[in-house]
Design a protein around this ligand. Structure first.
Ligand SMILES: [Zn+2]
Length: 99
């Protein structure tokens, strides 16, 4: 598995933990403390995941890398269907000097 995917999985898992504990555990008085701890863990995982994700893109030495905004497709899902990615201008290639 790619590091990029792994870091986004950590962030997604953190969101799931955060939302799950907020909606499932927080209303229960006896799990209140557990919910707070899990929400805290979730927030940390979201932070770590997004930090890893950004780090991965910023620390690249290669000049050409798939644009992380559109995953190299050059297109992102807009309200009325796919639109050209504003970050890479539809090329699908991320270049640090355009940042
Ligand atoms: Zn893009």
């Amino acid at each position: 598995m790619e590091r990029k995917q792994r870091s986004s999985l950590i962030a997604i898992f953190g969101i799931v933990i955060f939302l799950g504990s907020m909606f499932l555990l927080l209303p229960l008085v006896e799990y209140y403390l557990l919910a707070l701890i899990l929400m805290f863990v979730g927030v940390i995982m979201i932070g770590i995941g997004s930090a890893m994700f950004k780090n991965f893109d910023n620390s690249l030495d290669q000049p050409a890398e798939d644009c992380y905004y559109c995953n190299g497709t050059g297109r992102i899902d807009g309200l009325d269907g796919p639109v050209t990615c504003a970050r890479c201008g539809g090329t699908g290639v991320f270049s640090s000097d355009s940042d």
